[in-house]
Ligand binder design. Structure first.
Ligand code: URA
Length: 232
């Protein structure tokens, strides 16, 4: 399927769409050996696109980081409610979500068609760090850090410990290594606090700092290489 050249470049780690447009207008981009100066030219899987004379090979695997907004389900499709894939305008149909955030949770969400990596990142035994910012309805108990950091027992599982960094009496960062259903909310509930706002600020070392809610970007080369160290 054909896509615009500026989008193709951005999808392949050559900066934002406007940075890609600049590269194109400077004459640094060739398609099938010809310099192309129009950002809206179309390329497809068979095009040989080169930037400064190095070929971009069509990517088999793609990796996107999204800053998920509240109100979207982590599902590929839903009859009644918006899903995170509605926010993706990519031409890849095989994208899958790595793990789940609740509908009302915001923050770092990885999407990829690399099934092996997806599987690896989700397996609790691999201890992939997930860091959350939580705001609470009640003041944290004095012993919050101690209570949250030691293994906590639930009906179906036991946490392996966590790291809690208090910000003030009503908020803090919690880093966990598993990713069980409603885990963060349930952990705070156990110490007498309801989560009123939850955002995943970091997933497997990836932060959403520069992305607005609902925005996503392809991972750059260094980020992909770092992630692939996890792939077995
Ligand atoms: N823990 C939760 O309770 N909710 C999320 O969305 C993610 C982790």
């Amino acid at each position: 399927m054909a896509v615009r050249l500026d989008k193709f470049l951005a999808d392949h780690g050559f900066g934002t769409r406007s940075e890609a447009k600049k590269l194109i207008s400077k004459g640094e981009v060739k398609v099938d050996g010809q310099i192309i100066r129009k950002a809206d030219s179309r390329v497809n899987e068979n095009s040989i696109v080169s930037v400064a004379d190095s070929d971009i090979v069509y990517q088999k695997f793609v990796y996107y980081l999204m800053n998920k907004p509240a109100g979207y389900l982590c599902a590929t499709r839903d009859k009644a409610q918006p899903v995170v894939l509605d926010l993706i305008t990519e031409y890849r149909k095989d994208l899958a979500i790595v793990g789940r955030l609740d509908k009302d949770t915001e923050g770092a969400l990885l999407l990829t068609n690399d099934g092996q990596l997806n599987h690896f990142l989700l397996a609790p035994a691999n201890r992939i760090a997930k860091k959350y910012y939580a705001r609470l309805d009640n003041a944290l108990p004095e012993k919050a850090k101690e209570l949250l950091e030691k293994p906590m027992e639930f009906k179906e599982y036991k946490t392996r410990g966590s790291i809690f960094e208090k910000i003030d009496d009503y908020s803090g960062y919690l880093t966990i290594w598993e990713g069980k259903h409603h885990q963060v909310k349930r952990m705070f509930e156990k110490i007498g606090c309801q989560v009123v706002y939850l955002k995943r600020v970091e997933f497997a070392g990836l932060k959403v700092d520069n992305l607005l809610l609902g925005e996503y970007r392809p991972l750059n080369r260094e980020e992909i290489e770092e992630l692939l160290k996890y792939r077995k």
